[in-house]
Design a protein around this ligand. Structure first.
Ligand SMILES: [Zn+2]
Length: 320
């Protein structure tokens, strides 16, 4: 005989088991008095990521490169538009910095900022959609996941739009779709070229089918815009996926991708599991797509404005 205690069924040992919750809530009659008292263990703390971009870049005084691990001051990284000075890794860039990087004087005459999101389905996923919107608005100081308007790029007047990835993953709900549609419509009316920077996880699940309908709506507006013969320069930033990649992002007259950006419809893991095959290295990255004819130009972030300017001048978009 060994000295180990006999195994006794003590029920679930989680501190949040139904039984213990009933005891704590004081509900009578549901607990079997013959069972031994439940031992409550401390709640498990989920592991915290150590190297996530959100934690390491743009927060506080220092930022650590997610690729090479070099540490720089936040100011130094901001001066380089979040491109690592050591290895060239491109980190997430805020919406104000995109304006400063691409637009003359960082100035944008905002359009359609009065169109605001609603909660048409009364969606709840542990938190109400309205609460999620409010959190995103407070965090980004923007009303939705895209800003559109009139701006200049190296002197050329353009209808400009830029997705805000920090706003619910840049997901395309009704308002994002409507603003893109109106961007194309105003560009059509005013005979302006369109420059649209995409960065999105795809459709916004909180708006269900209404979100998916934006794909057709934006593409229809783009179709009408083509009649005026002005260029549509589409830029895909990291990441551009799902319903956004499957609508306007890859329909540019010139499709430009930011260096290293992930661009595709379904994620690589989903494709691997569906096809039961190993995907080639660099799959769905900008450089891979360039070599397979899916995009026309891959550019580092710091050369994006010069690339756009050159294309606008060549394609007859310049209005000075
Ligand atoms: Zn680096």
């Amino acid at each position: 005989m060994n000295d180990a205690p006999a195994l006794v069924n003590r029920g679930p040992i989680s501190g949040t088991s139904l039984d213990s919750r009933l005891v704590r809530s004081g509900l009578p009659g549901l607990r079997n008095p013959e069972l031994p008292r439940l031992v409550t263990f401390p709640e498990k703390t989920p592991a915290q990521p150590l190297d996530g971009e959100k934690r390491s870049i743009g927060k506080g005084v220092f930022g650590k490169c997610s690729n090479c691990g070099e540490v720089f001051t936040a100011d130094h990284l901001a001066q380089h538009f979040q491109v690592c000075p050591a290895c060239g890794q491109h980190h997430q860039l805020g919406i104000d910095a995109w304006r400063r990087l691409v637009l003359d004087g960082g100035e944008l005459e905002m359009w359609e900022d009065h169109i605001l999101p609603m909660d048409p389905l009364g969606f709840f996923d542990g938190k109400t959609y309205t609460a999620r919107l409010e959190t995103a608005q407070a965090k980004t100081r923007r009303t939705e996941a895209i800003e559109v308007g009139r701006a200049r790029i190296d002197g050329s007047v353009v209808a400009y739009g830029c997705f805000i990835f920090a706003f619910m993953g840049g997901s395309m709900g009704s308002v994002v779709g409507e603003r893109i549609t109106r961007l194309f419509e105003r560009a059509t009316r005013d005979h302006l070229p369109v420059v649209l920077l995409h960065a999105s996880g795809g459709a916004r699940m909180q708006e269900g089918i209404l979100s998916l309908m934006q794909m057709a709506k934006t593409c229809a507006a783009l179709g009408r815009f083509r009649e005026i013969g002005k260029p549509f320069l589409s830029v895909s930033l990291h990441p551009t996926t799902g319903g956004v990649a499957a609508s306007t992002a890859l329909l540019g007259d010139v499709n430009i991708a930011e260096q290293g950006a992930l661009i595709g419809f379904a994620g690589p893991r989903v494709i691997e599991n569906t096809l039961r095959t190993k995907l080639p290295p660099g799959f769905q990255r900008a450089e891979f797509l360039l070599s397979h004819g899916m995009v026309d130009i891959v550019t580092p972030r710091t050369e994006l404005k010069a690339t756009l300017s050159l294309l606008l001048k060549h394609l007859g978009g310049a209005v000075t």
